[in-house]
Design a protein around this ligand. Sequence first.
Ligand code: AMP
Length: 461
Amino acid sequence: MELKIYDSLSDKEKYLSESKNKAIRLFVCGPTVYDYSHIGHARTYIFFDFFAKYLKSLGKKVFYLQNITDIDDKIIKKAKEQNTDPIILAKLMTKYHLRDMKTLGINSVTKYASATKFIKQIEKQVKNLIKKGFAYKIENDGWYFDIKSFPEYGKLSGRTAEGAEDSISRIDEAVDKKNKGDFCLWKLKKPNEPFWKSDVLGDGRPGWHIEDTAISENFFGPQYDIHGGGLDLKFPHHEAEIAQQECSSGLSPMVNIWMHSGMLTVNGKKMSKSLNNFLTIQDYLKNHSANSLKLLVLSSNYRSLLNYSQTLAEQAETSLKTVKEFITKLDLAKNSKTKETRSFDLKPFEDKFASSLQNDLNTPEAISAIFSLINEVNKVIWTLNLSSIKNIEKTLKNKLDLFGISINLDKIPQNINKLAKERKLLRDSKQFIRSDDLRKAIEELGYKVEDTPKGQIILKK
Ligand code: AMP
């Protein structure tokens, strides 16, 4: 069975076409760096990190490109509020964003490309659009894309802003625009704002949408495999990207597959910097693990809305404890001196796991297959032979790696180990009241002991 992915443009599932030697070219919209990244951003980037890792696990090569919007109206506005320089603010927030990605183990991006490093390419694309008659100038303002010059404008989102009052966010406002939905390609210099010299366009800075297409064209050419991003960017951002790229190159389609991941919401509202209802990645990590955020995110379908709550984070932590307990048991079984003979067939699990992911990356189903496996193995774990135990351990680790989840077994302090040994001796000599007292003492120190047919296991509570 081949990998099927839902393409938002055709509204159909598509098979990812084989590109045997070439890498799959994946572009995902990066952050606009004017504030700390929140767990909404993390949702999108955790998902696409998993996606890139999954493609690699299928033996495919991947070139994962992500832009960083480090010059934009939002950055300039925030810098003014903070009485700082927009370029410095963007640099700082880029640094924090990349730190957060590293902390979360998001490490599959091949190249992060900051817009300010690609001004020449941006200028070239705007000039091309002007030459071909797709752009016009508004004096003392900037160069605009004329959406009426591209009859296919709206083909991705079904919107053009002409009749949709709610959809004009981040479409630049200007009284002299030809059409309400026209967006700015190049903004002419304003006092106290960053600008780059340009003889043809006039000194100024790029509009938001053109940054992405200039960067993707620079690395991938005018046509490539997959473009991803959050659903909030479908209109106007991705619609504008198609218009710019297809008009500038004269080639269509710009990409084979458009992937849109759902929003992370709080009380039903999109988590966003502008609504000020956000939980930064750093704040999340003060109370929870990076593993729990990844499990929480991937336990919901990437195209669905994910309403975040503290309870969800706690549930994810509890599920991780189940996994850790299971791996601790496997470890004990592996090191047991008694030989067992029963074998365990992993094939039904492998098949279920693979088919779930091949079916438009159904991670919740794949994760639920992992927990079913744990359940099934738990029923017979103490009777399994060494090779089965080792296979289960390896397979599980492999699958969790794909989700960016790595489980480290608890390091048990010496005093706890000592108490646990004493408890076992008391229990073996049937001194249950005293052994129970020791169990309570261990619990008060934050650990729990569990008896199994192969000895006791100790876990952090
Ligand atoms: P921005 O910094 O707003 O330009 O967003 C950068 C990336 O994060 C885009 O792909 C957005 O779609 C995504 N993003 C922003 N907010 C959320 C959210 N609440 N849930 C999921 N993805 C988000």
